[in-house]
Design a protein around this ligand. Structure first.
Ligand SMILES: [Zn+2]
Ligand SMILES: [Zn+2]
Ligand SMILES: [Zn+2]
Length: 349
């Protein structure tokens, strides 16, 4: 993600900030301009310093501390591009559920940022009845089956218990996953949605997909059962990004898609900071890269691929210095880079 700066005082800001930590300016995000702008109230409407001709209002979820995006004042929509995707949110009378939802929204807004930067179609199911996207944020109900996080025909369901760090870490250990985050869930599930949009409906695309990911007509229920009974094949690291990806070609796709978004967004951050690496090592070892390109606007896959190894090695080393787990606890073999290259080609505008 890019770095944002306060229009008023130049302070560095995070995407989620609602106020400048230095001068106190109220802030709102303008997705078209990709700017976090200082906003001033004037005659009941908002003026954004970054877009002074127009007038704005906050997204209706601003009052729940779940969104900082701006909507044109003239718009009939109360919600922003990210929040209009919600079909069900938790009961706002229950503070613990609201807190969980706010955490999920922060991750979901970062997801939508990436989708918009990639110029992918981001349409609410309320507007595009056939092909739009919807989110349900649901809580477990005692005595009922637990809510399953997943995707089904354009509807992404999130169990809000995932926002609880203790619970999520326990699940991660149970499932023997190296990585489990809210943004990881969103990136994975939306991958299933874009498979429907970009691959499933196009016969030539399906052919290309099957060469890399396998035959997705394999019975999903059987594959799932087989995965839980027998686990992943031992040699999975040679061709898959994760053990779960071996379960079914759809899951391989969604895992690969999620990693593509992890990589592109991380490299955009490196680019925003002007990062470069040049470790003085004995050849043939090399940890060198220059993040001198915006990966969201990079038509070639090579620079993205070449930057991956040095930057993940460097940031993992930084994390280890702080006693933290690896930031990116994955090793990508050439076969996975070929799958990532396919995703990259598919999302080019
Ligand atoms: Zn400021
Ligand atoms: Zn919103
Ligand atoms: Zn999945």
């Amino acid at each position: 993600m890019k770095i944002f700066q306060c229009d008023n005082c130049g302070q560095l800001l995070f995407f989620e900030n609602t106020h400048c930590g230095s001068c106190g300016s109220q802030l709102g995000y303008l997705w078209r301009q990709n700017m976090l702008s200082a906003v001033i109230e004037n005659d009941g409407a908002l003026e954004a310093v970054a877009s002074p001709q127009a007038r704005y209002k906050f997204c209706a979820n601003h009052e729940h501390n779940a969104c900082n995006w701006l909507v044109p004042e003239s718009s009939e929509d109360p919600y922003c591009r990210a929040c209009e995707l919600n079909r069900t949110i938790p009961d706002l009378d229950e503070p613990a559920k609201v807190e969980a939802w706010q955490k999920l929204e922060r991750a979901k807004h970062r997801l939508v940022y990436s989708l918009l930067r990639l110029q992918l179609p981001v349409k609410s199911r309320f507007k595009e009845h056939e092909t739009g996207l919807w989110f349900d944020f649901l809580a477990n109900v005692e005595g009922e089956d637990p809510i399953m996080t997943g995707h089904d025909g354009g509807l992404i369901t999130m169990n809000i218990a995932e926002a609880d760090d203790v619970q999520r870490e326990a699940t991660r250990k149970n499932m023997r996953e190296p990585y489990r985050t809210l943004i990881g869930h969103f990136r994975h599930e939306v991958g299933h949605y874009y498979w429907d949009q970009l691959v499933a409906s196009k016969p030539e695309e399906l052919e290309r997909f099957r060469i890399l990911f396998g035959d997705e007509t394999r019975d999903y229920g059987e594959a799932l059962q087989d995965h839980y009974d027998n686990g992943a094949p031992e040699n999975w690291p040679e061709t898959f990004v994760s053990a779960y990806a071996t379960m079914h070609p759809w899951e391989d796709w969604a895992e690969t898609w999620a990693h593509y978004l992890h990589i592109v967004d991380t490299l955009e951050t490196a680019y925003a900071f002007g990062m470069s690496l040049d470790a003085p090592l004995k050849p043939p070892a090399s940890v060198a890269m220059i993040a001198d390109f915006d990966p969201y606007e990079q038509p070639d896959f090579e620079p993205i691929m070449n930057a991956c190894l040095p930057i993940t090695f460097a940031v993992n080393s930084l994390n280890r210095s702080m006693g933290q787990p690896d930031l990116y606890p994955f090793v990508l073999p050439p076969a996975v880079f070929e799958k990532l290259r396919y995703v990259h080609q598919l999302v080019q505008p």
